[in-house]
Ligand binder design. Structure first.
Ligand code: GLN
Length: 288
């Protein structure tokens, strides 16, 4: 059967919509561009072009996976974050637009004289690479517990020609030596409660639970980072973390309890609490 680009898109958009995809047009276009190895503009310029049998069969295989709910980013193997094309794999979380908020807030705090940033649970390396790409003089270290993620982050740095990042394997602060100090520590740790019904919907069903779920109603890793970051922040350094939209209040209390000042929460693009930050000062109170 021969089908034009337009007809193929129309047919697949219908099936995707029927299966409940909330972005059927984009899904169909991204998959077809991937199969044809062409940019989006090609689909609009050549709607009447006939797709070859081989392309059609490759497309149908990918479409089947999407219809079964698999995230587009895992199917095509990459996702754009902060305009950087990043390779993704099922061992890492798929970078999200909301996390770009964390990058923006971090960049607002960094100055020409800032020297080091630490990204904990870096996954694809998204946050570390976005910050490093903006400030080439900065040294950005990314840490992840998963070997595969560390390899992927290094690969993403290489592919995007970013040379001011270093990635290490380990649990949170364990691969950081006692003396290592940072201007800013950032993290998008797991913060979802294990009983959250959101875990059985959409893309998260296919993402690693280790990157999503934390004990203590989602607060365990956030708290671990608040506690241990204090040994690794310079005087007046900042800790910034992404969190769930209902965790802002509680998290601000924890920051304050652990001695941080200037604690506040920034909202994501949908207006939800998303990033909480606080500053660490080595004042008399904290020293004592
Ligand atoms: N914001 C993501 C979601 O709710 C989760 C990211 C995370 O746990 N760090 O889908």
């Amino acid at each position: 059967m021969s089908l034009s680009i337009e007809a193929l898109l129309k047919r697949s958009i219908q099936s995707l919509a029927l299966e409940g995809s909330d972005s059927p047009q984009v899904d169909a276009a991204v998959l077809l561009c991937h199969v044809l190895d062409k940019p989006r503009s090609y689909l609009l310029t050549w709607p009447e072009k006939v797709v070859s049998d081989e392309e059609l069969s490759n497309f149908d295989t990918l479409l089947e996976r999407r219809l079964a709910g698999e995230p587009i980013a895992y199917i095509v193997g990459y996702r754009e974050f902060w305009s950087l094309p990043l390779k993704v794999s099922p061992t890492t979380l798929i970078p999200r637009p909301d996390t770009e908020r964390l990058v923006e807030v971090a960049l607002d705090l960094l100055t020409e004289s800032s020297s080091r940033v630490l990204d904990l649970g870096t996954g694809t390396g998204a946050i570390a690479l976005a910050i490093a790409s903006e400030l080439p003089k900065l040294k950005v270290m990314g840490v992840d517990y998963q070997d595969d993620a560390v390899e992927l982050a290094r690969r993403n740095a290489k592919d995007n020609h970013i040379t001011n990042t270093e990635f290490r394997q380990g649990s949170w602060f364990t691969p950081i030596s006692q003396e290592d100090q940072f201007d800013i520590i950032v993290s998008n740790p797991p913060y979802i409660d294990g009983n959250d019904p959101h875990l059985s919907q959409g893309d998260v069903r296919f993402e690693p639970q280790t990157a999503l779920v934390a004990e203590q109603e989602g607060f365990a890793d956030l708290l671990h980072i608040i506690d241990h970051s204090r040994q690794h922040l310079i005087d007046n350094g900042w800790l910034l973390m992404e969190h769930g939209f209902e965790q802002g209040n509680q998290l601000r209390d924890y920051f304050i309890e652990y001695g941080f000042i200037n604690v506040k929460t920034e909202k994501d693009y949908a207006g939800n609490d998303r990033v909480t930050l606080g500053q660490w000062t080595v004042n008399t109170e904290n020293k004592g």
